[in-house]
Design a protein. Sequence first.
Length: 447
Amino acid sequence: MSVATRDTARTLPAPVVGAGGAWWSLDHYDAPALVGNQGQRRFHVMVKPGGSHCNLNCQYCFYLSKETLPNGPGPGRMSDAVLERFIAQYIAGVTGSEVVFSWQGGEPTLLGLDFFRQVVALEKKYARPFQRIENDLQTNGTLLNEEWCAFLKENRFLVGLSIDGPRELHDQYRVSKGGKPTFEKVFNAVRLLQRFGVPFNTLTCVNRTNAQKPQEVYRFLRSEVGATYMQFIPIVEYKGFEKTAPNQWDYAALPKDGAPEARPGHADSIVTDWSVDPDDWGRFLCVIFDRWVQKDVGRILVNHFESLLSQHLGEGPQICIYNECCGKGVAVEHDGSVYACDHYVYPEYRLGNLTNTALDSQVFSRRHVKFGYAKHETLPEYCRQCPYLPDCWGECPKNRILRTADGEPGLNYLCRGIKKFFAHAIPQVERIVADLRHQPRQTRKRM
């Protein structure tokens, strides 16, 4: 939530009479719903039209288990009626100049081209003259062919292609349902996207294995894939994530930072064996940052580096994990259910269903706004005293599975790696920012 929204909340009268004469007090959790129509409203939806259905069996995937999650979304495919209602409500709910549809899964290409032709037709039907409609498609790439690429190019889709590095690193975890390697098919997708001129980002899941090979990963993505947009996502999964929602842990049982259980590989580790080691995550970013500074500033966009630059330019983060608050990115499942985030697709964080409650009403509801502010409000004192707080804000709340040295819960599992990266990168970032301030302002491309 923006600072402007919080300031507006302070001007509201405290006591309000509701239906039947009941009284309650307004606070900053109510402000977005009450004053949101006075300005442009922006939020983002990650939509899962095929739910968790996928043709791969990536060992570290946090979403495959949604199919069997008790009281979760279960298996299914988005119906025509739900699809149309979602598109209409999303376009109506966002009053800013741009509406970005992010199609994810599971594997969204399993729905077929006709589904996405219908998507484009419905977007044109409900589009408003002052808005630009954009589409992102996150895919494992194994089903892309010439027909798909021609469609994506014609309709200006931005593709996110999941690839974890060179063959031996990619095939470590990204395998088919039968356990077979997938690198060859994914690399073929790279060539197809390039041949058809489809813009694409690479999304690399940084896990326990490839985190130890930063040079090899970056060189491969830069020189062999030819990527100019790179996203690096640290894999951190609490043991038992298949059924236990974030922030529903036994906090007293969480290990303290520095304990052996606070790293992968220990018999009693708090995380899965494939989760990235915190120190490896910091080193991974530092090594790639140095190479990027030497040769690729302004030529290759790396999500964590671009976000840090943006923050030090005073433009705010480009990645939600570095925002002070959460809540601007919800997930919509195949049945129309709305969740606080795609990492929070659990019954405890289900906001409602767009078939009976308007999407924007759920996004700006008091319950969801309170979820968003909790990111800041639940920070341990250790974080509040940290010099990197304005750069980090505790990273993603779903990773806050440690206790501080003095036993306070809420410390991010990646904290020591994140601090290592900031200490290493920020002095150079400040020099780059100083140079940028003396150059003509350029519009940053969408990642």
